[in-house]
Design a protein around this ligand. Structure first.
Ligand SMILES: [Zn+2]
Length: 478
């Protein structure tokens, strides 16, 4: 009888995608089979994470011994594809939706409080099944009887979200789960397949406890044959309603291309490609900063609970939503184009989280949206069958000459152009960095992930300093 559990290693790219997958399933492409993912431990160097793959099928269906996944193998994770649309609820639907969101938040917060209390007081951990039984008893009490007025599915999903939040926390992927606030004037409710009806022929979406379909603005059709498995209804702070349709297998694998590109992200140019192409940083936040500041000031001065305050809050929320929309739209266009045009995309594995701990740099980095860009490139590469390679951030991409390999001792951030003392070639700082990133990425794909460690090791032996600390020092140059 084959062993039912195998330990494999996921690289960081896999882990990032796994997190967006909410730790659910991994697809092993060669075998076309599904596995359950269980985090085991985090390695000391934080580059690799071990996961336990549990065979989900009946034992006689496909014996595990026919597949060999040696430890250290990198699996690719295919994230489900989701489509987001704006919708306008009818006067009958809106109160029900608002109530559903409110009940979902209440159940989430109650379940989280119970779990924390059970652990602190009795050193007991509550499972999803136990909390699901609790939910039934809550519904029977007179003070929580209103939970019966909404569909039970979003409430069950809220319990699942608490469960997942704790799993992620114990796997050291996230911090301790936080309560959902009403203060942010929004929220979401998740409906699984049994709580909605989607008709592909007429393109209508009807949620549980509703008689009429939602008035969805279908800005684009779902790919043929693709059906949603989960529907999330959300309300944002600007008062807009969106519905997100999650489809498990909506992937479109594009034909293979010979192109490979290295991408360097920055502040002056949002991205610089190894081909020499540059994409300017639109700086959306900065563009509308004056108006934002004015509204923030007005909000701070308005009397609490007054109508004017509420009006200003709504205006500010709408402005923030507008800025976020502009940024997202730009990043989507940018990332889709690069993924469509190239087979291999190489990026530097920047720790945006650490960089934003520097307050002066934080705003420009948030405004540029590096994290969102990396996330989009990651999941779009997986959808379209492209290869995304993340190279170690300690790679000296800026200081190394892409022609001869000469490494400069130092290169301040305000130096945008430099001439290599060894071979005399003149470099644009960002283009040179992008070329080095591409070269390092191609080395990783040719020699396997181990090369990453070897590059790191050879650099340590050469006494090459990491570039990261200097980034923090030279902020004024940005
Ligand atoms: Zn040179």
């Amino acid at each position: 009888m084959p062993d039912e559990r195998v330990a494999v290693t996921l690289n960081r790219a896999g882990l990032d995608r796994k997190r967006s997958l909410r730790l659910r399933d991994v697809v092993v492409p060669e075998a076309g089979l599904r596995w359950h993912l269980e985090p085991l431990a985090r390695d000391a160097d934080a580059v690799c994470h071990r996961v336990k793959l549990v065979w989900p099928m009946a034992r006689d269906e496909a014996p595990l011994s026919s597949l060999s996944y040696p430890p250290g193998r990198v699996l690719s994770v295919v994230p489900p594809i989701s489509f987001r649309f704006r919708f306008y609820p009818s006067p009958e639907q809106e109160p029900l939706l608002r109530r559903t969101i409110g009940c979902t938040r209440l159940v989430f917060n109650k379940a989280l409080a119970d779990r924390s209390a059970a652990w602190v007081n009795e050193k007991k951990s509550l499972s999803y099944v136990m909390q699901s039984a609790q939910l039934t008893t809550w519904k029977k009490t007179p003070e929580l009887a209103f939970l019966n007025e909404v569909s039970c599915v979003p409430l069950q999903q809220a319990l699942r979200h608490v469960d997942q939040a704790f799993r992620n926390f114990f796997a050291k992927c996230t911090s301790y789960p936080a309560f959902k606030k009403k203060k942010c004037y929004g929220g979401s409710a998740e409906f699984t397949q049994r709580a909605f009806r989607y008709d592909a022929a007429t393109q209508t979406l009807t949620l549980a406890k509703m008689s009429a379909p939602l008035d969805v603005r279908w800005s684009r059709p779902l790919p043929p044959g693709v059906l949603p498995t989960t529907v999330t209804v959300s309300l944002d702070a600007a008062g807009r309603w969106h519905v997100s349709l999650l489809c498990e297998d909506g992937r479109i694998v594009l034909p293979q291309l010979p192109n490979a590109v290295g991408i360097d992200v920055g502040v002056t140019s949002l991205v610089t490609l190894s081909t020499g192409e540059k994409e300017p940083n639109p700086r959306h936040d900065e563009r509308l900063m004056a108006r934002k500041k004015l509204l923030q000031q007005r909000l701070a001065r308005a009397q609490k609970g007054s109508k004017n305050r509420e009006k200003t809050r709504r205006k500010l929320a709408r402005l923030n939503a507008h800025i976020a929309d502009c940024r997202r739209d730009h990043l989507h266009k940018l990332s889709t184009r690069r993924v469509r045009e190239n087979q291999t995309i190489v990026v530097e594995d920047l720790s945006v989280k650490n960089m934003v701990s520097n307050r002066r740099l934080a705003r420009v980095i948030y405004d540029a949206g590096w994290s969102a860009l990396f996330r989009m490139l990651t999941y779009k590469s997986a959808w379209y069958g492209r290869d995304l390679v993340k190279i170690d951030r300690s790679h000296p991409s800026s200081k190394r000459c892409s022609c001869c390999g000469h490494v400069l001792d130092r290169l301040p951030l305000d130096v945008r152009y430099w001439t290599c003392p060894a071979c005399g070639v003149e470099h644009d700082r960002d283009v040179n960095a992008a070329r080095n990133i591409l070269a390092a990425g191609l080395a990783v794909t040719a020699c396997g992930p181990d090369v990453r460690q070897r590059i790191l090791w050879s650099m340590l032996q050469l006494g090459v300093k990491q570039e990261n600390p200097s980034v923090k020092k030279g902020i004024s140059a940005l």
